[in-house]
Design a protein around this ligand. Sequence first.
Ligand code: UDX
Length: 468
Amino acid sequence: MDAPPHVLILPFPAQGHVKPMLTLAELLCHAGLHVTFINTDHNHHNLRRSSSAPRPHRLRFASIPGVHRPNITDLFFSVMDNFKPKFRDLVVSMGGPPPTCIIADGIMAVGAVEVGEERGIPVICFRTQSACSTWTYLHLTKLIEDGEIPFSGETMDLPITSIPGLENLFRRRDLPSICRIGDLQNPIFQFFVTQTSAMTRASALILHTFQNLEAAIIAKLGAIFPTIYPIGPLHALLKAQITDHPSPSDSGSLIPQDRSCLTWLDSQPSRSVVYVSFGSLAKLTRGQFLEFLYGLVNSGKPFLWVVRSDLVLEEDRVDETPEELMVATRERGCLVDWAPQEEVLAHWAVGGFLTHSGWNSTVESILAGVPMICWPQIADQQVNSRCASELWRIGVDMKDTCDRSTVEKMVRDLMEDKREEIMKSTAEISRMARDSVEKGGSSHSALEKLIEDIKSMKFGGHVSVSDK
Ligand code: UDX
């Protein structure tokens, strides 16, 4: 009997990447494939500490030492400098027959594709973001050629016209945050240019989106990637396919979740609460933290806020919070270090989400039918917030401002004044997301096709050495 297919899954070592890729790993194991999930030592330790959920017996973990850095910029440098030789050593040290394929994060593509090509292992890239942002990153070089980047900080509202299919959507401020770096030789900017270019050498592309949300841009991506699997929302696929999963919502969490906030939510009126979270990476100055808190308190709405221990910049963690804010927060607020976010968004008491527009948070909010106030900071978040507000009309975008009166107005708009209008599109897109993971739905079918293609090793791709 042939050995079952064995897939190496390689995420970029940060929360927003580990979670969807681990969810995919569990789904592949459920379908009978064997998976080795490659973590950094640091994330492996955190994953074990944060989730006690038993793992599928076909899922193994391997870790690469010495890549972790506490700060995201340093982590990019570390991946650039350390990752490829360590990954090659790991693949060699595994022994036995070579893996069937590598599913590599789109921003780990340089090392993954090169090692895959050297050793004759096909590589599928998984860009854990939207089709719109993937398409945008693929146009970085064209944006430079057309003189659209770099730009100065005073001209942020000028429209961007050189991304086909998105001509009338973005202003300069809506481009990925790296486009704000004035120096195009900056190593972080170059990191994204080279990773994105290497990604196009993969055999196929997986996207964490669903067909009906981004059909037009997925079609455009088809000109670059012969095979695309849009398989989002992955957490919903997991729940639909593994109905006896012991703990679906914390299985990819690198930080222990505090479930006490669910009890607090139980005591709040229906759809009254604003859930606030800025994901795993975003940082606030003390001033921004206070403006958000004033805005929330002044809106009069109850709020549940994820205040990570490192949310406020270290040098700013000094001042006392004004007494009036402490009193109001005790009355109608709940602060936690890290929440069971999927369950929070699905809770009947939650009516809106003040978010940094991380892609996982966006997809989770879409599925739950919760409209968003978007305050993006880094990476693809600027793109996501623009799409949420102007393309899908499921939120309001307050990027680049966070004074207390704007926060208060945005909360009132979302929870009262503009709610009816926003809820129409939010409910419609949520329904499409839920349909996509049902049997016969687009994401369900795309996952089935991915599994079948891995089993039979058929990719439409153009570079996989084993195809030659
Ligand atoms: C970042 C970027 O924001 C994202 O767009 C990019 O694609 C990956 O890197 P992050 O800041 O972590 O990710 O945000 P997000 O993509 O939203 O992921 C956060 C994840 O953590 C979500 O799946 C969310 O459910 C989870 N989470 C968040 C919790 O489990 N508890 C919390 O309290 C907050």
